[in-house]
Design a protein around this ligand. Structure first.
Ligand code: PEP
Ligand code: MG
Length: 937
């Protein structure tokens, strides 16, 4: 038997090897395809290939397919990047042949040859991941310039200045990206090779009294490139490569490696982009915007990305290469007359400078928007009057712009209602719900500086001058405004931590401005009035100095800067927003409630569309405004020595509880209100300091010793798992009875007043059905008493439980025998499921995330793998006993979009979240329903 098996195996093996050999011999390059060519109206890839070709590569292919003028080239796939990084920087064997073949095709279409002495083709190497990561990875332009090709290119273009300018750019970029960063060299901030070369360039300009890079002469540049190369050799210890092929492979490898560069990794953490996606490399024939006054380069959006206005909008620079626009080195010109602003109104637009090209570009952006049915962000270059498209992608936008565009495109019939709902990310709504500077306060304040309105809304904060300080100050709970000379992608973490960003240089399309806008963060760029002294940590505007920590206010929608803290106001009255939310609700099937403990919160939440209260935390009436009296009664109750004393104290507390409960139900006007019985351990209400204890003793007329003793007696080692929640009700049944009575009497009174009341009573921190049964017995008794006293036949009320302990989820079939509804308390469920104290995770969660041990903070977004499993089990088992069991969630996760979507998939009836997150939850719920529908199809 064994021998037979062996024989069969070896026969199979032989056949397989034979097959492999045959394939190897006949077609050596067959196997995984890594290179995808595009050009001359044809392409091997298409828009749908983003995962494989990255966004840039897929869209270059698509633009070719629809007949737009795109310089030919090829994309090396993200799969190749993954292989390359996995094997410690080794290319797959078949890659070289594929690159050679694609390069030959590119040469043919462009009519030039890479490395040729007479007619040289130059190429760019650009990164491009599945999802856009603006400025986070590397690019090398002008690859192929060397001592052999320079003379030929000069002869061909008759433009030595252009050739040497292109060469000095190659040296700057290549030495930085390939010879320094990709080699893992990490110079101190401001000491990198690129900065050093940049300083040399500035020195020449200064010596010669030039205002702009374009003033540099051929001779200046010729000398500069020699000095540059010598400096590179001196600093990096290697010759600048003079072989085009060596340059090309260096560029390809460096782009791959930049996937693991610091900026890229930091950005991925913030954006939740997986590490294993990799980037593609796009190798593309160079076209030049720096060949003189009929050449130019620019970046544009088919609609305004900050406001959503339906205007072709963008910036361009004459005689420049692409990075000049995005790096914010020169203030760019406006694309057209209609979109000129404060900073660029004196500069000529493309519309007037090159009307024919502008017309062609305008037609292309319209075609692209129609094709992709979304706002496009495009990059173009004009080489001696001829237009070339270098990139298109769906443009990042602020939340305000996302909403405005979605509604406009819906009305223009470019998209349908479903698509409109999907176009706004739930978190983007946040921008519309958060403050803007109070227009009345702005009227009376003096604008101290004006810049470009790069990110919306208002921000008030203390100024800091480095990204690291922004992170540090924010950690200390301070609102900060990050002030920088120019928008720099390396500041990404500081930008994230800041409330607002203010820069002296840079345009609307500078990379960091794009990033800020993507986050909907208040941002002003290109504010020329700023004189920043980073080392002295000072800012001067118009002769006035502002030290680190000084407070400024920004209006990011207008680009206005004010000294001091201006008032802020909510921006919710936007009719567009209301209209959008109406459409959202047409698709939503899951309910959205709010967590509210006061009638005011309840009113705000209703205005935001809450369909009830999913969590009223009774204990909140003992904190904050107006809590003195009820707190005093509660303390009296806690310090009672006998049941009689406690009952008497509870009787005093009763009217306060009933008053709040009634006012909240009244504010909700018949919508359901879930009242949770007192949850925290009682010691939280006994003062700790001696003076406060003495005060309390005097107030209650008892010896201070009694207060102290009671405090000590209530002390627990682990109060979060101690005498709290239902355990209070088990040990002090009269405490639960008082609360049942307050809720039921309030409801009865409202009903008798002709109003509506729909209370739901919820027992917290339960772990077994017998707890619920014990409390239910008390409830039934109180219910009967209140009914009899009120003369009503019925008070509509539900009796249910929170599910916060893993055991409760696992025994949900039993819990549902008594509970008429479940509400998942995922704060505690996460705490008890992970064994992480919810109050102490600050000490380690940062490292857990940095070290990739957990993908996200489970207290912010539901851990679907573990805690989610408990939730699923809870819902399933609960409904086994009670098929129409009402299920919701009231932990913080109820307002977090991914968690809301999860709640939808497990079949919850509603989510409940804080008032300001209600619209976010509504949108997330609608999107979940739409996604589920389209999956079904
Ligand atoms: C929960 O535990 O998720 C919950 C809502 O209750 P609390 O946060 O009040 O403990
Ligand atoms: Mg809880």
């Amino acid at each position: 038997m064994a021998t037979k098996k062996k024989q069969v195996k070896s026969a199979v093996k032989k056949a397989a090897t034979k097959g492999m050999k045959a394939v190897k011999q006949s077609a050596p390059a067959k196997g995984v395809k890594y290179v995808y060519w595009f050009g001359a109206g044809k392409a091997e890839g298409r828009a749908d290939d983003k995962n494989l070709l990255g966004g840039k590569g897929a869209n270059l292919a698509e633009m070719c397919r629809i007949g737009l003028p795109v310089p030919a080239g090829f994309t090396i796939s993200t799969e190749c990047c993954v292989e390359y990084l996995k094997h410690g920087g080794k290319y797959p064997k078949t890659l070289e042949a594929e690159v050679k073949a694609a390069l030959a095709k590119t040469e043919k279409v462009m009519g030039m040859k890479f490395g040729d002495a007479e007619n040289p083709l130059l190429v760019s190497c650009r990164s491009g991941a599945r999802r856009s990561m603006p400025g986070m990875m590397e690019t090398v332009l002008n690859v192929g310039l060397c001592s052999k090709t320079i003379p030929g290119l000069i002869k061909k273009t008759n433009n030595p200045r252009f050739v040497y300018d292109a060469y000095r750019r190659l040296i700057m970029m290549y030495s930085d990206v390939v010879m320094e960063k990709a080699e893992g060299i990490e110079p101190a901030e401001g000491k990198g090779i690129r900065k050093q070369l940049d300083d040399m360039l500035h020195e020449v300009k200064k010596q010669k009294g030039y205002a702009s890079d374009t003033d540099l002469t051929v001779e200046d540049l010729q000398k500069l490139v020699v000095d540059f190369k010598a400096h590179v050799k001196e600093v990096l210890g290697k010759e600048f490569p003079d072989d085009p092929m060596e340059q090309l492979w260096g560029g390809i490898g460096a782009v791959f490696k930049s996937w693991n560069g610091k900026r890229a990794v930091a950005y991925r953490r913030i954006e939740g982009i997986p590490d294993d996606w990799g980037t593609a490399v796009n190798v593309q024939a160079m076209v030049f915007g720096n060949m003189g006054d009929t050449s130019a380069t620019g970046v544009a959006f088919s609609r305004n990305p900050a406001t959503g206005d339906h205007h072709f909008y963008g910036e361009w620079l004459v005689n420049a290469q692409g990075e000049d626009v995005v790096a914010g080195i020169r203030t760019p010109n406006p694309l057209n007359e209609a979109t000129k602003n404060e900073q660029n109104k004196h500069l000529p637009s493309l519309e007037t400078s090159m009307p024919q090209v502008y017309k062609q570009l305008d037609a292309i952006q319209k075609k692209l928007e129609k094709h992709y049915k979304d706002m496009q962000d495009i990059e173009f270059t004009i080489q001696e009057g001829r237009l070339w498209m270098l990139q298109c992608r769906v443009g990042k936008r602020t939340g305000v712009a996302a909403l405005n565009m979605a509604m406009d495109m819906l009305h223009e019939k470019l998209i349908d209602a479903k698509t409109a709902v999907m176009r706004v990310a739930p978190v983007q709504l946040d921008e519309m719900l958060h403050p803007i500077l109070d227009p009345a306060a702005e009227k009376n304040a003096k604008v101290i500086a004006k810049g470009l309105p790069a990110g919306p809304g208002g921000a008030v904060g203390h100024i800091v001058f480095t990204a690291a300080d922004a992170v540090e100050w924010a950690k200390q709970g301070k609102d900060v405004i990050l002030v920088r000379e120019e928008t720099n992608p390396e500041d990404v973490e500081g930008m994230r931590a800041a409330k607002g960003i203010l820069t002296g240089r840079g345009g609307m399309t500078s990379h960091a401005a794009l990033v800020a806008r993507g986050w909907g963060k208040c941002c002003i760029v290109g504010c020329a009035a700023l004189h920043i002294d980073v080392h002295g940590k000072k800012l001067r505007i118009d002769g006035t100095e502002y030290e680190e920590g000084a407070v400024l206010s920004l209006n990011g929608s207008k680009g206005h800067v004010y000294a001091g803290a201006l008032d802020t106001v909510d921006a919710t009255e936007n009719p567009r927003f209301q209209e959008f939310m109406k459409i959202v609700d047409k698709f939503r099937t899951m309910g959205v409630r709010t967590n509210a403990d006061t009638p005011e919160d309840a009113r705000v939440a209703r205005a935001f569309g809450a369909e009830g209260i999913g969590l009223f935390r009774t204990e909140h009436m003992f904190y904050g405004k107006g809590s003195d009296e009820p707190l005093a009664k509660l303390r009296k109750m806690i310090l009672s020595k006998t049941v009689e004393e406690r009952k008497a104290a509870l009787n005093e507390l009763f009217p306060f509880v009933k008053r709040d409960v009634k006012a909240t139900m009244e504010a909700m006007d018949g919508l359901p209100v879930t009242f949770r019985l007192l949850d925290p351990p009682l010691h939280e209400f006994v003062p700790q300091s001696e003076s406060k204890q003495a005060e309390l003793a005097a107030e209650l007329g008892i010896p201070v010793e009694d207060v102290k003793k009671r405090g000590e007696a209530l002390h627990e080692t682990n109060p979060m798992m101690g005498h709290r929640g239902v355990r209070l009700g088990i040990t002090y049944p009269e405490v639960s009875a008082m609360q049942f009575r307050a809720i039921l009497e309030a409801a009865a009174e409202l009903i008798k007043e002709g109003k509506k009341a729909l209370p739901e009573i919820m027992i917290p921190v339960t772990c077994c059905v017998k707890e619920l049964d014990a409390q239910k017995k008390i409830f039934d008794q109180v219910y009967a008493d209140v009914l009899a006293a009120s003369g009503l036949k019925k008070i509509p009320v539900l009796y249910g439980t929170m599910i916060e302990i893993p055991r409760a989820a696992l025994t949900a079939d039993e819990m549902a025998r008594t509970a008429e509804f479940f509400s998942f308390g995922t704060n505690d469920l996460t705490q008890m499921g992970f064994g992480f104290s919810r109050d102490d995770i600050g000490g380690f969660m940062g490292e857990y995330l940095d070290k990739n041990i957990l993908p996200a903070d489970p207290f912010q977004t539901i851990d679907q793998r573990g805690i989610g499993e408990l939730i699923k089990i809870g819902v399933q088992r609960g409904r086994m006993t009670r098929p129409n069991l009402k299920v919701g969630i009231c932990g913080e996760h109820g307002g977090e979009p991914e968690s809301v979507k999860f709640c939808f998939t497990v079949g919850m009836n509603y989510v409940s979240c804080s008032p300001y997150r209600v619209p976010i939850a509504r949108l997330a719920a609608a999107q979940a329903a739409i996604e589920a529908q389209s999956k079904k199809k």
